[in-house]
Design a protein around this ligand. Sequence first.
Ligand code: MN
Length: 238
Amino acid sequence: MRYSWVIDSHVGMVRDANEDAFFPESDDAADGPVVIAVADGMGGAAAGEVASRLAIDASTGTEADDGDVRQLLDRANRAVLEAAEAEPAYAGMGTTMTLARFGADGLLQIGHVGDSRAYLVRDGELRRLTTDDTVVEEMVRAGVLSEDEARIHPRRHLITQSLGMDGIVVQAIEERLVEGDRVLVCSDGLTSMIDDNAIGDVLSHAETPADAVWLLIDAANAAGGHDNTTVAVVDVGP
Ligand code: MN
């Protein structure tokens, strides 16, 4: 299977610094395995940036090409925990991570913690692949809130687990991809500013991954750009 990807990040319209980190650094096309990862750091001073960078560096690279995606995120978690224990300024730092590995055989494997997201577009239909580790997502699942209410809820940013915590449970998701699929991996700077209808509309109409990435980042910024926005779009080809 052939994969073509574009990945980029924007600081947004409000924040001074970008605490998101992503992998890989450059856009390209390749046969699988291809690893794409997005991390959204949090913590005082510059600790959020440190946490997201550490998590990406610990879980990507050649060893990420095979093996269990859960173990990759566990390794990232240990890297964040150890750095936080070693340096008082980093105490309590954490990061989300959504890591997607696209296999040569078309198998997509995702490891996920936090409120970054992965979506699949197939035949013009958008489907979210990850479940947010947030208080509002639990309320949506319990039928207490709608998706639209959750997106503007005052506690929407409260996440229930992140890398940098003991005892986390990593979500592992598998999906068999087919030619023509398009996959999005993004930080909550996108999904807190525009809804799934708008995201699906862009993804199903944009001609190229590059068009999709910049239309989505522009839309998040046009809606206020309250957070850093990181967007990766991967097209699945023959
Ligand atoms: Mn964020």
